[in-house]
Design a protein around this ligand. Structure first.
Ligand SMILES: NC(=O)c1ccc[n+]([C@@H]2O[C@H](COP(=O)([O-])OP(=O)(O)OC[C@H]3O[C@@H](n4cnc5c(N)ncnc54)[C@H](O)[C@@H]3O)[C@@H](O)[C@H]2O)c1
Length: 289
């Protein structure tokens, strides 16, 4: 069964203890789900748990510390969810880092950090949890947080970020039909500006990827950025995600003001595409072994 209500369902939300992930955790818990907030940062976990403490949903919410790039730890977390809840029903691959900096100074440390968390973390979520989500037979849903940065041409200081988020989009789009056959829905969250701690990106870098980074100064500056008063509240994004899960929406988009830039990019690709329509290529032929 795809998700048609949240009661009795278990959700595992990565990066669930801050910003958008916390907004999603709050909304899913309020709608009746058991929620496990998985997050790298003990300080975020402590603050997030305190927000539920003594409230109506405090018994439904728990947390565990997890670095989504750590495959062994991720496998252990999945085994723990299997043991505690008979497997999860909803996976929210939301943990991400908003790295930015002068692209010509980027080093492998920056590429490894950006793609490691933003793409690797999502893939580790799919690989760790899909077997149990298929095996328990209850159906389920996987939401992955990309960004509207994936849909527009980004300025060069956000090239790694935008490319990593585009990879998430294309992967999720491609697996959706296959997972539908297992009663598992797939959604991609494409946020514009939402109130969060994403400016703390540098604090989420492991020491070995801060060492040698070309983005040290720009991310130090980013850490002083003030969250815009008119950015979306995380709970509002959480509500959009909850509705997106119930409707099995492929795209959950928070903001409309990138529409012209999105259209311009799509039209540029179409404008470069020949009008001639060739015979469809046949990719199904193989040499004998
Ligand atoms: N806030 C925005 O405006 C915005 C816009 C577009 C996309 N996004 C995306 O939304 C997602 C959530 O970001 P946010 O804005 O809420 O930021 P945030 O920093 O408030 O929340 C992200 C959480 O992920 C955790 N995290 C970071 N690295 C991790 C790792 N390796 N393993 C586990 N947890 C990790 C952090 O500790 C933090 O609690 C990200 O994927 C981000 O790229 C955010």
């Amino acid at each position: 069964m795809p998700i048609d209500a949240f009661e009795g369902r278990t959700a595992f939300v990565t990066g669930g203890a801050s910003g958008i992930g916390l907004g999603i955790s709050k909304v899913l818990a309020a709608r009746g789900a058991r929620v496990v907030m998985a997050d790298l940062r003990p300080d975020h976990i402590e603050t997030a748990l305190a927000q539920f403490s003594g409230g109506a949903q405090s018994n439904q919410v728990s947390a565990l510390q997890l670095d989504v790039t750590n495959r062994e730890a991720y496998a252990e977390a999945a085994a723990q969810m299997q043991e505690e809840f008979g497997g999860i029903d909803i996976l929210v691959n939301n943990a991400g880092v908003g790295l930015e900096g002068p692209i010509l100074e980027a080093t492998y440390a920056d590429y490894d950090f950006g793609f490691g968390v933003n793409v690797g973390g999502v893939i580790n979520g799919f690989v760790s949890f899909l077997p149990q989500m298929i095996a328990h037979g209850r159906g389920g849903h996987i939401v992955s947080t990309a960004s509207l940065a994936a849909e527009v041409v980004m300025p060069p200081h956000l090239a790694i970020y935008g490319a990593s988020k585009a990879a998430v989009c294309h992967y999720c789009e491609s697996v959706k039909a296959e997972l539908a056959e297992q009663d598992i829905g797939v959604s991609i969250l494409l946020p514009g500006p939402v109130k969060s701690n994403i400016h703390e990106t540098q604090s989420n870098r492991p020491a070995h990827l801060l060492e040698g980074s070309g983005f040290k100064d720009s991310e130090a500056k980013l850490s002083r950025r003030i969250v815009g008063a008119n950015w979306m509240e995380p709970e509002e994004a959480g509500e959009l995600v909850a509705e997106g899960i119930l409707r099995n929406q492929t795209y959950v988009v928070t903001h409309g003001f990138y529409k012209d830039a999105m259209r311009a990019r799509a039209e540029a690709v179409l404008a470069a595409t020949p009008d001639r329509v060739e015979e469809a290529p046949d990719f199904g032929q193989f040499r004998d072994e």
